[in-house]
Design a protein around this ligand. Structure first.
Ligand code: ADP
Length: 440
């Protein structure tokens, strides 16, 4: 930041100085040329009477700062202080032509003889000849060097502004670096107040998020241990009792059945964990194929009929045959879990409906039940791993607490959307919407 402020300030300084120097030297240059013309004019006015009086010897006695040329009225060179035997017709030059015509003439051009940019001034004598004085433009440039102290001043100003710019940049940045983000009262720049407020807001948000995440993590660990510990505690308890040898044979049969049930629960829990971790890694999934969701729902209804029958729950499959491209096994798991929940969390004699339909280009699978419903505050969390609305009844109802997580991950894998609509005591409707591009 210091570098940027410094660079920008110094750039502005250089730019301003460059513009000022250009203006100054431009004006100075113009003025020097005008002054040279004036000087040449003045010197000509002194030289002409002397030339008329003393003739060409006078010209030879003139100093060598200027080139002096005496030109006849026909343009021939009568005398030149620098070149002997110049045979060029001088009347073709602008200043000489003007002098021959109007009495005086001036011009600035490249000299044919020296090849140097030169300032010319010519004036006609009474006898019709012309006296021309000229001086190379380089002399005007030397005059500019005469004002070179100004240049040094500019360089000095530039150096000074560099030092000041660096100090100013440091003065701006240091308080920002020393800002106390927890205590805004010491903020030296009121302009930074909105930024500091935003930082404070974000800090609070991060703190809230991390404490929420920590709470969820703790809850998750507690849930996992609960799910694993409950069946294991039962198994260990029954086995311990049986090991005493004091259990009657019919109790042994009963305990063995319980041990079998709890082991099955553990096995299905581990299977669900394996399914989820495979989904997490997108690993080992069979390729997508054409799946008729209606047909799939009919098969699942058949598979779950015995479980539904235990509580007199009626399963209905309605709607049309709709095809999507998906992983059959995964889709089976998803719809099975939804239908299984609709049976598990239903009232005896209740109803479960699975409907497949097309909605514009999308394909929908809707599983609804007339069961216990899910209170609003739990609806968002039921897709979390091991989350259960009523943990106290989970043992008798069964399940692993992972069914809806598999539904959610399966939906993500198929780019589908899952929504929940539920009213406690009345029932639940869960809809999976497959996007048009997945529909066949
Ligand atoms: P579980 O194995 O416990 O059924 P899920 O992940 O399938 O685990 O469901 C999570 C929780 O969501 C369930 O424990 C239950 O409280 C609630 N739930 C899911 N489906 C329904 C439903 N159709 N009706 C009422 N509650 C449901």
């Amino acid at each position: 930041m210091i570098k940027t402020i410094f660079r920008n300030t110094i750039l502005v300084g250089i730019l301003v100085l460059a513009i000022c120097s250009l203006l100054f030297y431009g004006l100075q240059y113009k003025q020097t040329i005008n002054e040279t013309f004036d000087e040449l004019s003045l010197e000509t006015s002194y030289a002409i009477p002397a030339l008329e009086r003393s003739g060409v010897e006078y010209l030879g006695s003139l100093g060598d700062e200027n080139r002096v040329t005496w030109i006849g009225h026909d343009g021939t060179v009568l005398y030149d202080s620098e070149y002997e035997n110049l045979s060029t017709d001088q009347s073709r030059y602008e200043e000489v032509a003007d002098a021959l015509k109007d009495g005086v003439g001036e011009s600035m051009r490249k000299s044919d003889s020296s090849g140097v940019q030169t300032i010319y001034y010519a004036r006609m004598l009474e006898d019709g000849t012309v006296l021309r004085l000229s001086r190379p433009l380089g002399a005007a440039w030397y005059a500019l060097v005469a004002v070179s102290p100004v240049l040094w001043v500019l360089v000095l100003v530039l150096l000074l502004s560099g030092i000041l710019a660096f100090r100013a940049a440091k003065q701006i940045v240091t308080p920002i670096n020393n800002l106390d983000l927890d205590n805004h009262a010491n903020n030296p720049y009121p302009e930074l107040a909105p930024l500091l407020d935003k930082i404070q807001e974000q800090k609070m948000m991060i703190q809230e998020e991390s404490s929420l995440r920590e709470e969820m993590r703790r809850e998750f660990s507690a849930n996992v241990s609960h799910e694993l510990k409950t069946p294991l505690t039962s198994i260990s308890g029954f086995a311990e009792l049986m090991a005493t040898g004091n259990v009657s044979p019919d109790k042994v049969t009963e305990f063995s059945k319980d041990i079998y049930k709890e082991s099955q629960r553990l096995i299905s829990l581990i299977n669900d964990i394996i399914k989820l971790s495979r989904l997490d890694e997108n690993a080992d999934l069979p390729p997508k194929e054409d799946v008729d969701l209606h047909e799939l729902a009919l098969g699942i209804a058949d598979d779950l009929k015995p479980a539904a029958g235990k509580n007199n729950i009626y399963i209905d499959v309605t709607g049309d045959s709709v095809h999507i491209s998906g992983v059959r096994q995964l889709l089976y798991e998803m719809v099975y879990n939804l239908c299984d929940n609709a049976i598990k969390y239903n009232y005896p004699g209740g109803k479960v409906t699975m409907e497949t339909l097309r909605d514009n280009r999308n394909v929908k699978l809707v599983v609804s039940d007339t069961g216990i419903g899910i209170p609003k505050e739990h609806q968002k969390r039921i897709f979390e791993r091991f989350y259960r609305v009523d943990r106290s009844h989970s043992k008798e109802i069964g399940g692993t607490g992972l069914g809806l997580s598999i539904v959610k991950h399966g939906a993500i894998y198929h780019d589908a959307d899952v929504t929940v609509d539920s009213t406690p005591g009345k029932g639940t409707t869960i809809t999976i919407t497959f996007p048009g591009e997945n529909a066949e």
